[in-house]
Design a protein around this ligand. Structure first.
Ligand SMILES: *[C@@H]1O[C@H](CO)[C@@H](O)[C@H](O)[C@H]1NC(C)=O
Ligand SMILES: *[C@@H]1O[C@H](CO)[C@@H](O)[C@H](O)[C@H]1NC(C)=O
Ligand SMILES: *[C@@H]1O[C@H](CO)[C@@H](O)[C@H](O)[C@H]1NC(C)=O
Length: 422
């Protein structure tokens, strides 16, 4: 560099730094907040595990909405309570039985890693209002004061970080059904702000907000919170959030779009989205009345996985732990089966980008266009497969070998890999 341009260059560098700093300051409005690029780890991760755990895990009957349904007079729940509990038993009386006495966060971390999950999202507070950490906004209705007598959020986040590369995330419901503190809050305007504590204490990489349908984003002060989160919080560079920030934001504003539960649009989407689904089709929380036919099979889980990833989404697969802190073996088996499949076929999932076409049944023979240097392999099977140009213009016929069952590379779904060796 000659002496004349040197100072000029320095000025340019300084100027561009100023511009960069200015660009990354987010304002508390959606135009600004929505312009934040999603941290890349989230799209690359593809697979997360969702955990619904709380006082509802004690009755573990029908649904994690047990309290709401009971108060609403659901006949099955009313009958169940009449038969099994004294007449003046209240929902709060369940809390001491949320023992978590067999909860070993290191064991959970091992299962999630074996499942191939790259992030985990734990309910820190569901609509019942009970917090799984010692929130000072939830006096006597948190996991340190009643039940476990432990900081569940702290223990799980610590174990996951210590033992794995999995990103830790928190689910949090703004709204609460019957908690007097929340109802009082509602009368006086929104007061309860758990988010700063959650973020500062546990540094989550995902904030999965829920229960915001009661009121608009402005009531919950969501834009102000997100501006702080993106500009000044300790997780500003890594955190991703969903879209449930008020009754006017779902499927529109925020980070990735979670839209409705079990959202799977079946088409390539412009924005990053997530399909949150529960292995127990009837409940997100553990449910003792579940029967096998109500649980998703591996084939059903794989169908969700493949259709979601191909259309640009992530999957967030839910299991509900028991009140004593176990992930029951049938759920553990589903997760480990998924992990075994991903171990072999992960290159078709992690860090992938959607292809031009998502469904070969709808648009046959367009993917991919072969050349003389095309090589086709089946993941987990040795050697290239033979193929020929299809009679239609761009298609390819692949001769899939007849592989004996006992040497099949995997179960449920098979991945053909097309490479251009030129
Ligand atoms: C709760 O703790 C936070 C710090 O984490 C503090 O700023 C706040 O004043 C406390 N609130 C109450 C009600 O004690
Ligand atoms: C959203 O909540 C606000 C109260 O904050 C209410 O006035 C408005 O009607 C609600 N909008 C919808 C679409 O439910
Ligand atoms: C692909 O399209 C076919 C025909 O419309 C449909 O039956 C099938 O469910 C689709 N597959 C996926 C994974 O969406």
């Amino acid at each position: 560099m000659d002496e004349l341009t040197k100072p000029f260059r320095t000025i340019c560098v300084v100027l561009s730094l100023i511009v960069l700093c200015k660009c990354t300051k987010y304002e508390p409005n959606w135009a600004s907040l929505d312009s934040r690029p999603l941290p890349a780890w989230y799209d690359d991760s593809k697979i997360g595990i969702f955990l619904h755990w709380g006082v509802f895990s004690v009755p573990s009957f029908k649904s994690e909405w047990f309290w709401k349904y009971w108060r609403g007079g659901n006949p099955e729940i009313v009958k169940y309570m009449d038969r099994n509990y004294r007449p003046d038993f209240t929902y709060a009386d369940f809390a001491p039985s949320f023992t978590a006495d067999l909860f070993n966060p290191e064991e959970w971390a091992e299962i999630f890693e074996a499942a191939g999950a790259r992030y985990v999202v734990l309910t820190t507070k569901h609509h019942e209002g009970f917090t799984n950490w010692p929130s000072n906004h939830s006096f006597n209705w948190n996991s340190m004061d009643v039940g476990p007598k432990r900081d569940i959020v702290g223990e799980l986040s610590t174990a996951i970080r210590k033992n794995t590369d999995i990103h830790f995330g928190v689910y949090h419901s703004m709204f609460e059904w019957f908690n007097p503190m929340f109802l009082n809050d509602q009368k006086n305007g929104f007061q309860t702000r758990n988010f700063p504590q959650l973020v500062n204490n546990y540094r989550p990489d995902v904030i999965w907000s829920d229960g915001s349908w009661l009121a608009a984003d402005t009531y919950w002060q969501s834009p102000e919170f997100l501006a702080w989160l993106y500009n000044d919080s300790p997780v500003k560079d890594t955190v991703v959030v969903n879209d449930r920030w008020g009754n006017n934001t779902n499927c529109k504003h925020g980070g990735f779009l979670s839209c409705s539960d079990r959202y799977n649009p079946g088409k390539l989407q412009k924005r990053k989205w997530e399909n949150a689904f529960n292995i127990d089709k009837h409940s997100w929380g553990h449910r003792r009345d579940a029967v096998l036919s109500q649980l998703m099979t591996m084939e059903e889980i794989m169908a969700q996985l493949v259709s979601t990833i191909s259309c640009g989404g992530n999957v967030l697969i839910n299991v509900g732990p028991t009140k004593d802190g176990r992930i029951v073996p049938i759920f553990e088996e589903r997760l480990r089966d998924l992990g075994a499949w991903l171990k072999l076929n992960g290159e078709a999932i992690y860090s992938t980008r959607p292809w031009t076409y998502q469904n070969d049944t709808v648009t046959p023979h367009v993917c991919p266009t072969p050349t003389s240097s095309t090589r086709v392999t089946l993941l987990g099977y040795e050697g290239p497969l033979t193929w020929s140009q299809a009679s239609t213009s761009q298609g390819i016929n692949v001769a899939v070998p007849l592989i004996p069952f006992n040497v099949m590379p995997c179960k449920y779904a098979w991945v053909l890999k097309f490479e251009n060796l030129a």
